[in-house]
Design a protein around this ligand. Sequence first.
Ligand SMILES: CSC[C@H]1O[C@H](OP(=O)(O)O)[C@H](O)[C@@H]1O
Length: 312
Amino acid sequence: MRTIDWVDGAVELVDQTLLPDKCVMLRVRTVDELVDAIQRLAVRGAPALGVAGAFGVVLADGDQAQIARLRAARPTAVNLAWGVDRAAAHLPEGREAVLAAALRVRDDDIAACKAMGERGADLLEGERLRIMTVCNTGGLAAVERGTALGVVQTLHERGRLAEVLALETRPLLQGARLTTWELGRMGAPHRLIADSAGPYLLAQGEVDAVLIGADRIAANGDTANKIGSYALALGAERAGVPFIVVAPETTIDQATPSGEHIRIEDRGDEEIVSFWGVRVAPEGTPTLNPAFDVTPHDLITAIVTDKRVIRP
Ligand SMILES: CSC[C@H]1O[C@H](OP(=O)(O)O)[C@H](O)[C@@H]1O
């Protein structure tokens, strides 16, 4: 199953807001529809956003204002802007050239995820590994297979996976809704945990490696990823557990020197005062809702990309 693709002149994508109860494909024909899908996380995950951005340039049909809106739809994942730019570079050659470039972005992502799965599984030592994850980094965050969860899938295929401890990942529950759904489809052993249990289970010796994705990797290796990643990095450092980032080369942003320069998306009050749509805090409670945090490079054991292993 492909999370996002170009089918009969439109973008087709899995509406992830309906998972795990319903797997529904959305057909997107305009930039407005695509921006909406991106901003409500019907399509999400850095690699998938890169492909969405590239296909969106085809939908924009040369309208520069629409292209600019698409490029800015979510600020933290560098892949969105990168995908838009990669397709838009071919605008002078006409629509077919833009579409061909966007299809290459899609195909490159498929190949990159396969390569990362192999490289990450090769890097990890041990025959029965217990892996901790945060958010969702499987095929739903890419076109197929994904990044960190792609390594988990390769470990499982090789018979080297003992289990996955998946953080539920408040507030949008990508772990509880999406990662468990993907692991169930893989037949991979897993248990779901509260976000705040992560550091404790690391301290208890329950984890052999933490594998996370990335939304933007600064030139010095500082990595922006889903909120909660930094807490796991601190817990992993204290527990002496490898903390590994798995991301394609396209997530490395040489133009951003270090983590303090990465813009962190704040997604507003609703997601925090409620739990998946059921309000839990008093009406009007003010909130802070950073959707990502930044792990300093010195807390990262290795960065696995589709081309190399980087040790900061
Ligand atoms: C494979 S990268 C996925 C990356 O994107 C997620 O964020 P979101 O669900 O808000 O798009 C999270 O940071 C994942 O690590």
